[in-house]
Design a binder for this molecule. Structure first.
Ligand code: SF4
Length: 119
């Protein structure tokens, strides 16, 4: 008989978290901190999913989920946030981004810019 053990980790619903901090001290591993007014699992490798924090949360923001499921969710969330950041910091068309020259956006030619399209 084979037994599979799934590692659990705490997930924090940032929409429900009010930043009260009640979950920080029950976490013996020091995996949770308040960052910018919201609880965060700052050291995922330290979270053992024991769940001592779960019962103290007044808003139900904490749940224990399989670690692989949470890791995949965070990968998607962080990748999306990074793409949003790139979109928000894109240079205006035709300007060179000195920090990231390969991100330079080239404006399409306007009518009358040449290419023989107008007279
Ligand atoms: S106990 Fe709940 S509401 Fe309070 S900081 Fe932790 S996750 Fe947020």
């Amino acid at each position: 008989m084979t037994t599979t053990i799934t590692r659990q980790i705490v997930r924090i619903d940032e929409e429900l978290c009010n930043g009260c901090g009640a979950c920080v001290s029950p976490c013996a591993e020091g995996a949770i901190e308040i960052v910018d007014g919201t609880a965060r699992v700052i050291r995922e490798e330290l979270c053992d999913g024991a769940g001592f924090c779960l019962g103290v949360c007044p808003t139900g923001a904490l749940t224990a989920v399989p670690a692989e499921e949470e890791a995949e969710r965070l990968r998607r969330t962080r990748a999306g946030a990074y793409l949003d950041h790139l979109r928000d910091t894109a240079s205006p068309a035709g300007h060179v981004n000195a920090a990231h020259p390969s991100d330079t956006v080239v404006a399409p030619p306007e009518e009358g810019d040449g290419g023989g399209a107008s007279r």
